[in-house]
Design a protein around this ligand. Structure first.
Ligand SMILES: Nc1ncnc2c1ncn2[C@@H]1O[C@H](COP(=O)(O)OP(=O)(O)OP(=O)(O)O)[C@@H](O)[C@H]1O
Ligand SMILES: Cc1ncsc1CCO
Length: 255
């Protein structure tokens, strides 16, 4: 990723919005976190990519995300939807299904509980994190995630200890990252905007794989003594990411 000045429009939750904006800046692009329904259409239409996120769902963002998704679709602007909370909220699940059926995003992303809930499978999460009961053999997940991507006609990113990324033809299993990523909130939201930033420069599957690998290698390189210092030093590693050797990427590709 080089300094691009690409504008990345994010409609995302207030819990991690500041981290998301800083992450985009550290990647060399420009964030805009606008969410008023009366301005998002013009902002999306002038952006290079759009990141949508259902976390801390509210009426304003529900309206804006629908407007921006329509605008992105009509203008062929790549966009990603993070399914935050669809496993614990019927409201969000129905909203996500409606948005996807009207304007299928370039990429749909969630943790294992969110992906299962979205695909109509039993899911046990009571909050925004994945529930341990929803974990399964990763190769089992690959089968239905691949089918989900093929049926929807988009790329699916299922995050976790091993991330599954598929366009319905090829499946990439990414085993980079570290446990500390699950000890601070919003690391999934930050990955969402990292992918959006890469979508502005690469084709969808490649953008997802590259963004995820670079993001997780940055996490591996982060020196810390706990979640507080991890949070701070992680952003510094993201800033250095152009110097990372791609031989550090741990990718298994399945047909
Ligand atoms: N145990 C782990 N080991 C390695 N990487 C992990 C682990 N748990 C999560 N990650 C990484 O953390 C990032 C966020 O994934 P996660 O599945 O926790 O997202 P999420 O549930 O949407 O997060 P949030 O809701 O907090 O934003 C991904 O890059 C993922 O690969
Ligand atoms: C904790 C939390 N609650 C709603 S969104 C969010 C950030 C992680 O998705």
């Amino acid at each position: 990723m080089k300094q691009t000045n690409n504008l990345i429009h994010c409609i995302t939750n207030p819990i991690s919005i500041n981290d998301c904006a800083n992450l985009i800046l550290a990647l060399g692009a420009k964030p805009i976190m606008a969410c008023h329904p009366d301005e998002v259409e013009s902002i999306t239409s002038n952006s290079s990519a759009l990141a949508l996120n259902l976390g801390n769902f509210d009426d304003i963002r529900a309206k804006s995300m629908m407007i921006s998704a329509k605008c992105a679709k009509e203008n062929k602007i790549p966009f990603i939807l993070d399914l935050v909370g669809v496993a614990c909220s019927t409201l969000r699940l129905n909203y996500a299904k409606e948005l996807v059926s009207l304007y299928c995003p370039t990429v749909i992303k969630g943790n294992i509980s969110e992906c299962k809930a979205f695909y109509g499978m039993t899911s046990h999460a009571h909050g925004v994190d994945a529930d341990i009961q929803d974990e399964e053999n990763i190769y089992e997940s690959c089968k239905w995630l691949k089918e989900m991507a093929l049926n929807l006609g988009c790329v699916v990113v299922c995050s976790g200890k091993v991330d599954v990324i598929t366009d319905g033809k090829e499946v990439n299993l990414i085993s980079n990252g570290c446990e500390m990523l699950s000890r601070i909130t919003g690391t999934g939201c930050m990955l969402n905007v990292a992918i959006a930033t890469f979508l502005a420069s690469y084709s969808p599957l490649l953008a997802c794989v590259k963004a995820t690998c670079y993001y997780e290698v940055a996490a591996e390189k982060t020196e810390c003594s706990g979640p507080g210092t991890f949070h701070m030093h992680f952003m510094d590693e993201i800033y250095k990411l152009t110097s990372f050797d791609e031989s550090l990427f741990k990718i298994e590709v399945l047909g």
